[in-house]
Design a protein around this ligand. Structure first.
Ligand code: PLP
Length: 432
């Protein structure tokens, strides 16, 4: 489900032609659809309406202030993993009392900052962290609201780099140890036990692993509620999206397609989990990132060269792995479409960036209509884990970002000026 579609042979984002944006703002260019973004939030939010709940957007998926501001306006909370992300939420006008602070490596100064900002909870990932939060809160004469992250030791059956809920991973506290840790935490003076949390992985496309994990943790959650009066259970994020539409068919929104039976949708997610969760009588927190923003963004790029070798047809574009690292990092699939629809035969093409790494590709042997220098392509589903993972590798400036709302367009991040890349570098006096 998204608002990127062809109108009279031109690819549009809502009411705006993407070709016009590429020509006006240059490439590489990230473009986000506000309607898609908010629609995904609302779909999930309303699927859970039978329970007291809070959807906390995982800021790490896309932390642009405009994205955060739009979601804050819709009532979202935020899942943050650093002081920087918390500061972004504040800068975007988000509500700190709806922020959950996750991550295995919170520093003392990050903890102090979050305590002063009045966040909803710290999701505690280890016993030493629990002690540290208690100590920092004591110094500030505050009480820190916490949830312990349970590692349920279930396999989410997703990519190895985004599996988090087994004992092979660095996340959370082992299921068997959790009661002991709550007992210990309940004796700490500057800690308030507020909830329990888990997150088993990312890009899950079936409901089963979620249901399994929830079912496994349920008795524990019940006992924690009884003993310590906890208020909430956070079931994490991880709802996957369709990157390759060939995997599902038809023109309807993918979660309505009969061919997509069994695939994860907000309705299926809620149908499977509500009967388990509702009887708990706790507030349910969610931490989705990709589901909300993944299909709400595209990366536009210009074809620089077409290079035919004996074996391959290389389409060399001006975006690279420094702009969007997902294909190189996770072998991920992104649908690639020309901004002006083309006719004729498709040829297997490698769509590659200009960086001196063989990992710098977006697709290999992908059927693509013939394109030539100066034409533009869109890499779809680039809204999550796209711009946020960009780097200056090869001294390439960070791309610009644009938000579309109907026919309105706003540059929500300027293209980085090239001199900014070395702004904080200095020559030592003996070389100057
Ligand atoms: C990354 C992460 C999320 C968000 O994951 P998505 O797959 O983008 O929904 C949520 N919670 C935690 C703890 C995370 O680490």
């Amino acid at each position: 489900m998204h608002d990127f579609r062809y109108v009279n042979g031109r690819l549009y984002c809502e009411g705006v032609s993407l070709e016009s944006l590429a020509l006006k703002h240059g490439t590489p260019l990230y473009v986000y659809s506000q309607h898609t973004l908010l629609e995904h939030f609302r779909k999930l939010d309303s699927a859970l309406s039978e329970m007291d709940h809070l959807v906390c957007f995982a800021v790490k998926a896309n932390s642009n202030l405009a994205v955060l501001s739009a979601l804050a306006g819709a009532g979202a909370g935020f899942d943050i993993v650093s002081e920087g992300e918390l500061r972004r939420v504040i800068a975007a006008g988000g509500d700190t009392s709806k922020c959950a602070f996750a991550g295995v490596g919170k520093t003392e100064s990050e903890i102090a900052f979050a305590l002063k900002a009045g966040i909803h909870t710290f999701n505690v990932e280890s016993e030493p962290e629990l002690e540290r939060i208690n100590r920092v809160a004591g110094k500030l004469k505050k009480v820190a609201p916490i949830a312990i992250r349970v590692n349920p030791n279930v396999n989410a059956r997703t990519h190895a780099k985004i599996t988090t809920g087994t004992y092979e991973n660095k996340f959370g506290i082992a299921f068997e140890r959790v009661e002991e840790v709550y007992a210990r935490a309940s004796k700490l003076r500057n800690i308030k036990l507020r909830g329990v949390q888990m997150h088993i992985g990312s890009q899950l496309t079936q409901v089963k692993p979620f249901a399994e994990a929830v079912a496994k943790v349920l008795p524990l959650v019940r006992s924690l509620k009884q003993r310590y009066g906890i208020e909430f259970f956070s079931i994490g994020g991880g709802i996957g999206i369709i990157y390759n539409p060939a995997l599902a068919s038809g023109n309807a929104a993918w979660w309505r397609r009969p061919a997509a039976k069994g695939l994860l949708t907000p309705a299926r997610y809620a149908d499977a989990l509500t009967p388990l969760l509702k009887p708990l009588g706790l507030k349910i927190l969610l931490e989705p990132g990709r589901f909300i923003v993944g299909n709400a963004g595209v990366l536009l790029t210009r074809v620089e060269y077409v290079k035919r070798t004996g074996k391959k047809n290389f389409v060399i574009v001006d975006a690279a792995m420094n702009d969007l690292i997902r294909p190189a990092f996770y072998d991920s699939y992104h649908e690639i479409l020309p901004l002006v629809k083309r006719r004729g035969a498709e040829i297997p093409s490698d769509i590659v960036g200009p960086i001196c790494e063989s990992g710098d590709y977006f697709a290999k042997d992908r059927p693509l209509h013939k394109v030539s220098e100066g034409q533009h392509l869109a890499l779809l589903s680039a809204g999550a884990y796209g711009f946020v993972m960009a780097s200056n590798y090869n001294a390439r400036p960070l791309a610009a970002e644009v938000l579309v709302n109907g026919t309105k367009v706003c540059v929500v991040r300027d293209r980085q000026p090239v001199e900014d890349i070395w702004k904080f570098e200095k020559l030592p006096p003996w070389l100057a």
